[in-house]
Design a protein around this ligand. Structure first.
Ligand code: ATP
Ligand code: MG
Length: 279
């Protein structure tokens, strides 16, 4: 069984990409077969794994999705890159922004990525999708493909408004396109233990969402060592194996594996949000 997790938050710079690569490599270290999908036109995940010029790659997610839109054949291994720490990567680059625009006129425009994942899923235990900081068509494609959504939230900012919008969008996709969709949990990132922000925000999140959405027990500390890894092309486990961020991502990995085993469900969209036309 392959579990598909989208890492999403339309707010920029909250740790989505860092979480995708380090959770992904963490899962590979636990013996899981993992594919990471870079669904961001910035190509940050691709670059941070050492493929430093995503825009010059011949085959990327945009090419593959383009082929599927045009009813072309896609082979399971096509365009997939391999990283030294044991994960596979479907890279992404700037061409995704062009694709995003052209998707608007495509039949089944929300489920093109899902069709791709159907082709590759039997080769993996986990597929993680690094979403871009927007709730546009590519992100909706990620939500339409996923079993669950993991939401990184930067501990220094009050996230309420954006989170409400995000959770509403997840609920809408669940009702209209992907009934199995759940929220994996909210992950606090870049936590500075010298301040009380994280505790305050954590308490606030628990009060607002705690009954419906899991707030991960593990938080990711802020560390210069973590900020360095995107330039190194390796994970935090390699760059700073004894550091607190490596240990936090390792614990998060185990928490995610445990919840997959238990088949936890963490999301009950409020039925009052559903109107007669299903909007
Ligand atoms: P975007 O919305 O642009 O895709 P993102 O949500 O993917 O951003 P990241 O790129 O993972 O966020 O992280 C934003 C910045 O914060 C990066 O420069 C990254 O190196 C840094 N960063 C991520 N996690 C940490 C951490 N735990 N400690 C310190 N810096 C971090
Ligand atoms: Mg990113």
């Amino acid at each position: 069984m392959c579990k598909i997790i989208a890492i999403a938050n339309q707010k920029g710079g909250v740790g989505k990409t860092t979480t995708t690569s380090n959770l992904g490599i963490g899962l590979a270290k636990q013996g899981k077969k993992v594919l990471l999908i870079d669904a961001d036109a910035q190509g940050s995940l691709t670059a941070s794994l050492g493929f430093t010029e995503p825009d010059s790659l011949e085959v990327t997610l945009a090419t593959i999705m383009g082929n599927l839109i045009n009813d072309g054949e896609v082979e399971p291994g096509e365009g997939i890159l391999h990283h030294e720490e044991g994960i596979d990567l479907m890279p992404g680059n700037i061409e995704l922004s062009g694709l995003e625009v052209s998707l608007v006129n495509v039949m089944s425009r929300e489920t093109v990525l899902r069709s791709y994942i159907e082709i590759v899923r039997e080769n993996y235990d986990y597929i993680l999708i690094d979403c871009m900081p927007s709730l546009g068509m590519i992100t909706i494609n990620a939500f339409a493909s996923a079993d669950s959504i993991l939401i990184p939230v930067q501990a220094a900012y009050l996230p309420v408004k954006g989170l409400q919008q995000l959770i509403k969008t997840v609920g809408k996709v669940k009702r209209q396109i992907n009934p199995k969709l759940e929220i994996e949990g909210i992950l606090l990132t870049m936590v500075d233990s010298r301040t009380n922000y994280a505790k305050d925000i954590s308490a606030m999140l628990k009060e607002a969402y705690g009954s419906r959405v899991r707030i991960f027990a593990n938080v990711i500390p802020i560390s210069v060592r973590a900020a360095e890894i995107s330039a190194e092309g390796v994970s935090i486990y390699k760059h700073d194996p004894k550091g607190k961020v490596a240990s936090a991502y390792d614990s998060l990995t185990k928490e995610v594996i445990t919840s997959a085993r238990q088949g936890d469900s963490h999301f009950a969209p409020q039925s009052k949000e559903v109107s007669a036309d299903g909007q």
